[in-house]
Design a protein around this ligand. Structure first.
Ligand SMILES: Nc1ncnc2c1ncn2[C@@H]1O[C@H](COP(=O)(O)OP(=O)(O)O)[C@@H](O)[C@H]1O
Ligand SMILES: [Mg+2]
Length: 300
């Protein structure tokens, strides 16, 4: 039985004017660390909201450990720990109280030891008695993670947990989530950071405009793809041999390279053509670059 099964899930908003999800089908195996990638607006949060029972699909169905998220909501929800993208919290309680209340929602009694462990592992131990409204954004996000885990769900879902958070939280969070994954928990992570997904996820799905456009093992998705990107500005025309592999936006040129030797070849070609180069940067190809390459490949 898969941990999560998405079957032809679709979602429209505004009476059908916005199609956020368009027949999304895939499965996540139990114990997997799975990444759902996509640019802003791709439909990631819409999919997670339907999974969490916070919003209704316009079509299709989702099962968690075999439980339908609509007809068997309570069982499906109990199997899930969901860290939402938006910071939602109750300002009237302390951190520990919030976690005790959340335990109560799931009918978990005598949860003190696990709550203490969550607080310690998420760097919240000294904030246990602090009121939720006194916490910084990063600390609130830690509480959201603790809340999601309070009933020890077998499936952990994190919707862009590291968007705009500090490095320390990222590290604390990923250490802890990786440990839970090693202990057998399934993890579904949505992000638009390729580096993060690449480091953590065994398999990836890429969502674009509500459709799955790639689904594969992370290593297979990235294998053989250009990993380095040259970016510079120029007023001159590019040598024809480079024009084919370049993306040009006004004066800004981006050229992919597979390795350092190719970077040298590209720079030598530009120099030989006397093509002036301003503000040269050499960086990693980001998700969008990999995306574009996958899209372009898919169309051929
Ligand atoms: N409540 C809503 N009402 C109308 N449109 C929405 C709503 N929520 C999301 N959308 C639209 O659905 C699409 C997918 O959004 P979302 O699921 O938030 O994507 P992501 O999480 O990948 O950024 C976007 O075009 C977004 O504007
Ligand atoms: Mg989102």
């Amino acid at each position: 039985m898969p941990a999560i099964r998405f079957d032809q899930v679709s979602k429209t908003y505004r009476g059908g004017q916005v199609r956020a999800l368009d027949g999304v089908s895939f499965e996540i195996a139990q114990g997997e660390f799975f990444g759902l990638l996509g640019p802003n607006g791709a439909g990631k949060t819409s999919l997670i909201s339907i999974l969490a029972g916070l919003s209704q699909a316009s079509g299709g169905s989702i099962q968690v450990h075999g439980h339908d998220v609509v007809s068997d909501y309570a069982a499906a929800r109990r199997a899930l720990g969901i860290v939402p993208q938006e910071l939602v919290f109750d300002p009237f309680f302390s951190v520990r109280e919030a976690l005790e209340i959340q335990s109560g929602y799931f009918g978990v009694r005598n949860n003190g030891a696990w709550i203490t462990e969550l607080l310690e592992n998420l760097g919240l131990a000294d904030k246990a008695r602090a009121n939720m409204r006194q916490l910084s954004g990063g600390m609130k996000r830690r509480v959201l993670v603790a809340q999601a885990l309070v009933h020890r769900p077998p499936v952990i879902v994190l919707d862009e947990p590291t968007a705009g958070v500090d490095v320390e939280l990222r590290q604390t969070l990923w250490q802890f989530i990786a440990r839970l994954n090693r202990e057998g928990h399934t993890v579904l992570l949505t992000t638009h950071y390729l580096e993060e997904a690449e480091a953590l996820c065994q398999r990836l799905a890429m969502l674009k405009q509500g459709r799955i456009v790639a689904l594969d093992r992370t290593s297979d998705l990235l294998a053989g793809r250009a990993s380095t990107m040259l970016r510079f500005k120029t007023d001159a025309a590019l040598p024809p041999s480079l024009a084919a592999q370049s993306r040009v936006t006004g004066r800004i040129v981006q050229i992919k390279a597979h390795d350092a030797a190719e970077v040298e070849t590209i720079l030598a070609t530009l120099r030989a053509a006397a093509c002036p180069v301003e503000d040269l940067e050499i960086g990693r190809a980001d998700l969008e670059d990999v995306f574009l390459e996958i899209m372009q490949g898919a169309g051929q």
